[in-house]
Design a protein around this ligand. Sequence first.
Ligand code: NAD
Length: 513
Amino acid sequence: MNHGQREKVFGALELSDANAGVFDGDSWTAGGAEVPVISPIDGSTLARVRQGNKADYERVIASSVSAFAQWREVPAPHRGEIVRQLGDELRRLKEPLGRLVTMEMGKCLREGLGEVQEMIDICDMACGQSRMLHGVQTHSERAHHRMYEQWHPLGVVGVITAFNFPVAVWSWNTALALICGDTVVWKPASPTPLTGIACQKIIERVLRRNGMPAGVATLFTGKGSEVGELLLDDHRIPLISYTGSTLIGRHIGEKVGHRLGRTILELGGNNAVIVTKNADLDLATKAVLFGAIGTAGQRCTTTRRVIVDKSIYDRFRDRLLAAYKKVTVGSPLDDAILMGPLVNANSVRSMQAAIERVKREGGSVTWGGRVLDGAGYEGGCYVTPAVAEVAGNLDIVKDETFAPLLYLMSYEGDVAHAVALQNGVPQGLSSSIFTNNLLEAETFLSAVGSDCGIANVNAGTSGAEIGLAFGGEKDTGGGRESGSDAWKAYMRRQSSTINWSGEIALAQGIVFD
Ligand code: NAD
């Protein structure tokens, strides 16, 4: 890692060689183990972070509970103004923060910068939304009664995030939770504490200069199975928003559900693109390429399966392979590179294991899947992106392998056959169809079409904008974040009836004299 570059980024984001990984609303102190943060680019140690322990956790939650008592009384548009200022700070620091994302988790710099842009976008949207937290009003069946619903702040929101969008997912949750009057406790993923600390420092400055209690947003780093677990049983936290694997998400849903807490679960995907004989193949090829290898196949919305009409299968495969052969793999800080490393050696191993399983289950690996460890790749976690040809949804295909491993399969007959293959996996996050035929597109979007939370026509599975609600069905967990009315999950709804008749009139015509 270029030392000067690291110094510049650390200086702009107020990071040091050794950092406390806990912010309790007042100070940066942590009593847990000190761990190195290793860059997947070259295996170098970026910095050390001291994680939190149980005593730190108690301080953080107490501060968040106490800040909530004040924050919920700040008018929502004023809360929105603070989120707007957060967006401005992110504009100012977009370059160093985007670069830190790349250094810490390995996505290409252009994607690291795009991730920070997404944070800015959600702040802008949340600021506007802060003036539109409206409920319905309706007519009462009783004379001289008025009925309406209102939305109140919920409380402390625990936000547990995945490594692959180390800053955007925090901002999706935090921007909305803050305008809704909630306070936020953030537990970032273990491989990415530095981006967490950097974001926390940014928001802390914004809150302080507005005279707000800094406990409105707090941070707690550490191992999920130890410190993350503390959030799950805690009755002081009415909502846990969790982004991560389905395996851990199921556990979180069960534990929080047991105490009747609420969850927003954003779990694994197994996203497919359908390419029909009426598709523009250039368009489809470009979208599949970005969808499959963007963030080195480590997006929840990564294209994992392509389901191609048999009559054009060979033509599409040849185009796609030609595009794959041009993909450059290397340091994500280099502008010429399209695919950076996987996040760590474990991910490399699980991709290799998946490739072996594909072969055992009868598929063939047509391209890629090699581990790159020669000159230029020393210390890093580099692989070539892989394409495997399979006959339908083999068992391995039904699992999410979080790596650039793309499955190609064909379908015969009308688009319903392709939809059946697409829907025939446990996950239900994102899906696309490439066609210029209106009937095929509408079938795909209909009630008998895609069963995913996201369904696109002539646009890939990844790269969603923040304007619509984001999330998926089935094993993807059913949660929704970001745009549309996703804000409602961060508030409590209250239905109110106001009687100005001067008498007690009962609903349903009941007389009780
Ligand atoms: P992960 O499940 O390993 O970890 C996610 C978070 O959970 C981390 O912060 C981790 O420390 C924490 N955690 C682990 N065990 C815990 C426990 N017992 N209690 C509380 N917290 C615990 O996931 P990952 O490898 O960081 O991320 C990749 C996964 O995330 C993929 O499956 C991907 O599809 C999914 N993801 C989903 C979305 C979405 O919006 N649907 C977005 C991004 C990533």
